[in-house]
Write a new protein. Structure first.
Lengths: 147, 90
């Protein structure tokens, strides 16, 4: 069983993109992480949830298990699923690392990488790219920003 | 078979797409072994030599088994086991 639709594009609201960038800048030099939830099977990112990086590291992230479990209970009750998993890279490019690829466990999700390597916490150039990661294969996709 | 085991999307290839399967056992490990008998390959994704795999979280009735004995966490009729792969990376 694979994702219900394999799209080559992530359609996402500008507000969500701005929120991911703000989160990444705020947590720099640690990696920031979070999700955008949507209705199960919809492929539509609807509400963004910042998550604690339990590793608090400039090179790793891990959702706090208790926080992740509460999120899953909420999603289960609301018939929602994770549409976007985002995290930041603080010294490297916005491309999934080997660790990102080996640990990707949400086959329906769009994996968004934000890189704050260039500007850190400051306003300035920031990289935002999106990928599908399925069976350890990375496929980059377009980001279509909806207003 | 009286213990419900909820399976995350990524492991449903082992259950023919089922979101939940049922099993029996007095400990989490026994339940996993029981489920494995009908869904081969699942155990290897959850368990390694030292115990529960590092990036897999398991809850029995909403309690993280890492605080309840890990694979020896007690299980009983009517319990709900939830398997949640960690979301992590670098």
């Amino acid at each position: 069983m694979g994702p219900t639709s394999l799209t080559a594009v992530l359609k996402i609201a500008r507000g969500h993109v701005d929120a991911m960038i703000s989160h990444a800048r705020a947590d720099h030099p640690d990696e920031a992480c979070g999700v955008i939830i949507g209705a199960a099977g919809s492929n539509q990112p609807t509400r963004l949830v910042q998550m604690i990086n339990a590793d608090r590291s400039p090179t790793f992230f891990r959702f706090d298990p208790a926080e992740q479990f509460r999120l899953y209970q909420e999603m289960d009750a609301n018939d929602e699923e994770i549409v976007v998993v985002y995290h930041s890279h603080t010294t490297t490019e916005a491309y999934p690392s080997r660790t990102d690829i080996s640990l990707a466990a949400e086959p329906q999700a769009h994996y968004v990488l934000v890189s704050t390597a260039e500007s850190g916490k400051q306003d300035g150039p920031v990289e935002v790219r999106s990928y599908r990661i399925l069976d350890r294969v990375v496929t980059e996709e377009e980001i279509e920003i909806t207003e | 078979m009286s213990i419900e085991v909820r399976i995350p999307t990524i492991l449903r290839t082992f259950t023919g797409g089922a979101k939940a399967v049922h099993g029996d056992g007095a400990t989490l490990l026994q339940v996993i072994d029981d489920v494995e008998a009908r869904h081969p390959g699942l155990k290897e994704r959850l368990v390694e030599e030292q115990g529960l795999r590092r990036f897999v979280n398991v809850y029995v009735n909403d309690e993280d088994v890492r605080f309840a004995g890990g694979l020896q966490a007690p299980t009983a009729d009517g319990d709900v086991v939830v398997v949640l792969p960690a979301v992590a990376g670098g």
